[in-house]
Design a protein around this ligand. Structure first.
Ligand code: MGD
Ligand code: MGD
Ligand code: MO
Length: 768
């Protein structure tokens, strides 16, 4: 195949041989065939390690293999034989590395030893671990106030490391915990408690087998949580309808072949997935949800008038909810023409979906970034909860809300203390368990931390995993702000852009990965994670660490703490030797969740944390599940004129967030480029754009800043009119820092108002 950018629509089912071949190829390319397949056998097994890719739980049924194409990719790129050591950094200045693509940086391999930035030569040079810790301690102790430091966490970090990190940072004196979840499911964590008293999903894996219908709103299952496809295939095979709501007809939501189904593989068979595909406009989900609820109210009134069984679950509504009358008034006042115009869906289709929902005795609604990353993302979730409550779909087998989380431990990190707004109960327990008084002032989330860097009040940035600089909005502004910091520290497995956009002093600290053996004084250690359904499980690495000079995240946290807080009475060294001691402390700080942690985690596959709505217990101020009202239908502030397009920044099939595996996106038919914009043919024609034309996008905003990305290939695609899409992180320069959800602080990355400006030539940096 040529290496020219091209668009060739994909017409096969997703999964199947394409996925099986891609799995074999990626293991081969990363030269990890032998060790990779050994590791794959151990992935997601009770005595193995948890897949580093997504937060979807393991099924209850026994299978010999429990991985997917994208899990295999994540593993292959983690277990790769390629390494970047001292020689690599000696051969490249940081300026040189900056000119390379993200894909190229990722391809170079695993970090092997601690490195320090040397401004005199513009190279990263080797340093010892002790020098690194001393540098961190020196910078942190030199600050006027602990709030001048920002402590980022990405969601691969284990419960044990995240818990100790939060203890260290609070003992140091700040609650500045920007976290990847701030950009992700924070609207779930902050918005959903207002409805049902907890910011977590209420379904368990076994519910999928009992659901009468499943909705998937704004989530690209086949790419981002492929193991969830198994549940969808099973549901369809037993006749449960699936409703997909998405501006892109994602391939796996239409047809799918399980790569682990030998008969379907041999016969090239496949299963249709969505029985109803709702081609919603970007930001049209509230209109859709209100339309479904409007139909339900009408059906209920008709049924009652005819003396037939009610459509709404009035017993549940009376006993368990608050705010029903106000919701009913709001929904009934919402007009069909507005619902149709905003959602882009026909009244007929919305009524049909309401019929599916009304006919199902137990419904699960799943959702992803297509819901959360809007200016009113949290309030869209309230409407999802409302719809579920109308038919008592909480605390019932086969029913509930299912936020499909991203990073494999993003939910767990928040549970064990990575929270810029900690509760006083938690802080009191922390004080009792560790004997220091933690700061009570709330700290920074991601947006606030970037603002502090821009304002010059932040001086130090420490990144526990992740690639902060490429995940956040307003890339060029963020680059400049980051470069003014006194110290940046990247605690990471792989080299990424975040290590190249650095402060005056900078460190790269390489860690033992999830798949690798973590050997300490008391023997090999395991860590734990909490999946998207609140299941806590063990993770034991099985591969030998890439280099002897790697350290565990836990050791790095403890040694940073010791270097920063020399007089601390906490036994940091003891935690490094024996991770059970950390779990004992977690149990002490969270007795309601983690009592008996060390015993329970060793039994079977682990245990589930309590989710009160499963028992119809509502920890809200009213003591009930609350129907909440969404004012109007606009998820995003209307801005711009008739030429405005809503841009959604999404993931390709071959990337993991900021990690780009290849420049292809198989299911969407894009090859050899990521600089594309998916657009409806009529929107193209209205702008004089032809297939494959080059275009530039410019953000529409009122803050006086010009945000523009050039060199985008226009791909004609079945998008609704006015809705366009392109890839994250390449399009993050178009996302203003001020464009975020007011409840959660989550950047509205799925709804950037833009216009197409003059055509521009291709500008894709892809050096050899
Ligand atoms: N292989 C792989 N797996 C991953 C990741 C990865 O990058 N690669 N990332 C992980 C992480 S951190 C996360 S958070 C998840 C992300 O997984 P997803 O939640 O699937 O995230 P996205 O790919 O950003 O896009 C979500 C979907 O929303 C749709 N969409 C866009 N705007 C709207 C809208 O207004 N309404 C509706 N209804 N839909 C809309 C898009 O078309 C797309 O199908 O996946 C996790 N798993
Ligand atoms: N425009 C736009 N922006 C977005 C999004 C979007 O959809 N559109 N999505 C947002 C979302 S949902 C998220 S979650 C964020 C993601 O933001 P991040 O979580 O910050 O980014 P990742 O790309 O997942 O981080 C990858 C890096 O993590 C490091 N790493 C990998 N494994 C480990 C490990 O085990 N330990 C340690 N210490 N490091 C490790 C590697 O060095 C790798 O380069 O981006 C957000 N930004
Ligand atoms: Mo995420």
């Amino acid at each position: 195949m040529s290496d020219k950018p091209e668009f060739k629509p994909y017409t096969h089912p997703a999964g199947g041989w394409g996925a099986a071949n891609a799995t074999a190829r990626v293991l081969m390319e990363q030269s990890v065939l032998a060790k990779g397949s050994r590791a794959l056998l151990a992935m997601n097994h009770p005595d193995g390690f948890k897949c580093p890719s997504c937060a979807w739980p393991d099924p209850d049924r026994e299978k010999t293999l429990e991985f997917c194409e994208n899990g295999a990719k994540a593993l292959a790129f983690e277990a790769t034989k390629r390494t970047v050591g001292a020689d690599f950094f000696a051969a490249h200045t940081v300026t040189d590395l900056m000119s390379r693509s993200d894909h190229w940086l990722e391809e170079q391999g695993r970090l092997t030893r601690p490195m320090r930035y040397d401004a005199a030569t513009d190279h990263y040079v080797p340093c010892t671990w002790d020098e690194a810790y001393a540098m961190i301690g020196r910078h942190l102790r030199a600050l006027d106030h602990p709030d001048q430091a920002e402590f980022y966490t990405s969601g691969r970090t284990s419960n044990e490391a995240a818990f100790l990190y939060s203890v260290f940072v609070r003992a140091f004196g700040t609650n500045n915990f920007p976290d990847c979840s701030n950009m992700c499911h924070e609207p779930t964590s902050r918005g959903l408690p207002m409805s049902i008293g907890i910011g977590k999903g209420t379904v368990q894996m076994k519910d999928f087998a009992h659901a009468g219908a499943i909705f998937i709103i704004g989530q690209n299952t086949g790419t981002n949580s492929p193991r969830m496809m198994t549940e969808l295939v099973h549901a369809r095979k037993r006749g449960a309808p699936i409703v997909a709501v998405n501006p892109m007809p994602e391939r796996a939501l239409i047809r799918f072949t399980e790569p682990q189904d030998p008969i379907k593989m041999a016969t090239f068979g496949s299963t249709p997935i969505a029985s109803e595909f709702c081609h919603v406009r970007i930001g049209g989900d509230v209109a859709f949800l209100k339309g479904v609820m409007k139909t339900l109210f009408q059906m209920d009134a008709d049924a009652v008038a005819k003396g037939e069984p009610a459509v709404l679950d009035h017993a549940f509504i009376t006993e368990h909810t608050d705010g029903f009358a106000a919701l009913k008034a709001d929904i009934e006042a919402t007009r069909w023409p507005d619902i149709v115009a905003t959602s882009g869906l026909s009244e007929e289709q919305i009524r049909r979906v309401a019929g599916i929902y009304a006919a199902s005795n137990a419904t699960i609604i799943c959702f992803g970034m297509g819901v959360t990353q809007h200016q009113q993302g949290s309030r869209v979730i309230h409407q999802i909860a409302n719809l579920l409550m109308l038919r008592g779909n909480f605390g019932k087998e086969g029913a509930g809300i299912c936020p499909v989380r991203g990073h494999s431990n993003v939910q767990g990190d928040r549970t064990v203390g990575i929270d810029e707004k900690p509760t006083s109960i938690y802080l009191d327990r922390l004080q009792a368990a560790f004997g220091f008084s933690p700061p009570r002032e709330h700290g920074h989330h991601v947006i606030e931390s970037v603002q502090a860097m821009i304002d010059g009040t932040a001086k130090v940035f420490i990144g526990m995993g992740g690639n902060f600089i490429h995940a956040i909005p307003d890339t060029p502004v963020a680059y400049e702000a980051m470069a003014r910091l006194d110290l940046t520290v990247g605690i990471a497995t792989k080299l990424n852009r975040g290590h190249l956009v650095h402060g005056r002093d900078a460190l790269i600290l390489p860690v033992i990965a999830r798949s690798e053996i973590d050997m300490q004084k008391t023997g090999p250690q395991f860590v734990t994670i909490e999946d998207a359904m609140s299941g806590v499980t063990r993770s034991h690495g099985v591969l030998h660490p890439t280099s002897a000079d790697l350290r565990s995240e836990i050791e790095i946290v403890c040694r940073m703490a010791r270097a920063t807080l020399p007089d601390s009475t906490i036994d940091w060294e003891g935690f490094i030797d024996d991770y059970d001691l950390i779990r004992d402390k977690i149990a002490q700080v969270y007795p309601d969740l983690y009592a008996g942690f060390n015993t329970r985690i060793r039994q079977g596959k682990g245990f589930s944390l309590p989710v009160p709505p499963r028992q119809r217990i509502w920890n809200t101020p009213t003591g009930k599940a609350n129907f909440l009202i969404f004012d109007g239908l606009d998820e995003d502030t209307p801005i711009g004129g008739p030429d405005m397009l809503r841009l959604s920044t999404i993931r390709s099939h071959d990337q993991y967030n900021t990690t780009v595996y290849t420049n292809n996106d198989r299911y969407r038919g894009v090859y050899n480029t990521r600089m594309v914009v998916f657009m409806n043919k009529d929107d193209m024609a209205a702008r004089g754009l032809t297939d494959g034309a080059m275009a530039a996008l410019e953000t529409i905003s009122s803050d006086g800043t010009q945000r523009r990305v050039n060199g985008l290939m226009v791909v004609p695609y079945p998008m609704p009119r006015g809705s366009i899409a392109g890839y994250y992180p390449e399009l993050n320069p178009l996302l203003p820092l001020s464009h975020f959800d007011q409840i959660a602080g989550t950047p509205a990355a799925k709804s950037i108002p833009v216009r197409v400006t003059a055509a521009a030539p291709a500008a894709q940096p892809e050096p050899a």
